[in-house]
Ligand binder design. Structure first.
Ligand code: KMH
Ligand code: ZN
Length: 273
């Protein structure tokens, strides 16, 4: 088995302190969570930020602050969100890419999102891909449904994305594709040959199962409060690091070595800063 890349999605846009009082919210808390997550085995931090009231924001100032704090304390790969939160404009969502993180999420299709819907039209996807290319930011192609893999292929065929490709297979968002091992395997098989992919299971059950699914099928793992707030059924996690540590332990038990941030830089051919 090759090296296992673990992404820590430490904050997200939807989870609140009511859901889990240990959610990191301020740039200082988010940076501390990223540092601890890396110490526990994460190589990438998937970064959302919040405003002073705890609401999701794509403010450049807040992203700049969080990124500077993370970079001052560790060398984890930073993947900024361009998903932001439902209802944000495309320009708002794209803003943090101009801060030149090493990676950013690129959401590959419009999808139901709980009671709401998350808009990612093809023109938006093209704009996001072109901006990431301009800033030499490596996208994680987040696919919430099978058709999103086909949408990403449109961008590849148009020359807007370059290999190596890294996909995030997001499963169990209410309204989007559900998690089960067969569906994960099917989606993974539909990716271009040689692609890397990370399983992103949302909610306690899928988050846990997708760790094992990724290990079995040759993918990478994502954990963190954005996707799941529990360390075991009904037991809220004390920290993102606790979730990373558990996932790293499972991967090691399965025979994997845990990838470092520099391993990811090599594997995904990230821009050298
Ligand atoms: N918060 C969701 C609406 C991403 O980071 O790119 C979108 C999301 C995906 O979290
Ligand atoms: Zn996200």
């Amino acid at each position: 088995m090759g090296k296992m890349v673990i992404t820590a999605a430490v904050t997200g846009a939807e989870v609140t302190r009511q859901d889990n009082p240990n959610l990191p919210i301020t740039p200082a808390e988010i940076a501390a969570a990223a540092v601890e997550a890396q110490q526990a085995g994460a190589a990438i931090v998937h970064l959302h930020v919040r405003d002073v009231d705890g609401n999701p924001t794509q403010s450049l100032d807040v992203f700049r602050d969080a990124m500077a704090r993370i970079r001052a304390r560790c060398d984890i790969v930073i993947e900024v969100t361009t998903g932001g939160a439902v209802g944000m404009t495309a320009d708002e969502r794209l803003a943090p890419v101009t801060l030149e993180p090493e990676m950013a999420s690129l959401d590959c299709g419009t999808v139901n999102f709980g009671e709401d819907y998350f808009v990612n039209t093809l023109p938006m996807m093209r704009q996001f891909a072109a901006t990431m290319r301009e800033h030499q930011v490596q996208p994680t192609l987040e696919c919430f449904d099978l058709s999103h893999i086909d949408n990403a292929a449109i961008l590849i065929n148009e020359g807007l994305l370059q290999a190596p490709f890294h996909y995030g297979l997001v499963m169990n968002v209410p309204g989007a594709v559900r998690y089960d091992a067969e569906t994960l395997a099917f989606m993974a098989r539909r990716l271009p040959a040689g692609s890397f992919w990370t399983a992103i299971g949302v909610g306690g059950k899928a988050a846990n199962a997708s760790i094992f699914g990724a290990i079995a099928l040759g993918g990478f793992i994502r954990v963190g409060f954005e996707d799941n707030i529990y360390v075991r059924k009904g037991v809220p996690a004390c920290s993102n690091a606790e979730l990373v540590e558990r996932a790293a332990g499972i991967a090691r038990t399965a025979g994997a070595e845990i990838a470092t941030a520099d391993d990811v830089r090599q594997l995904l051919k990230l821009r050298s800063n």
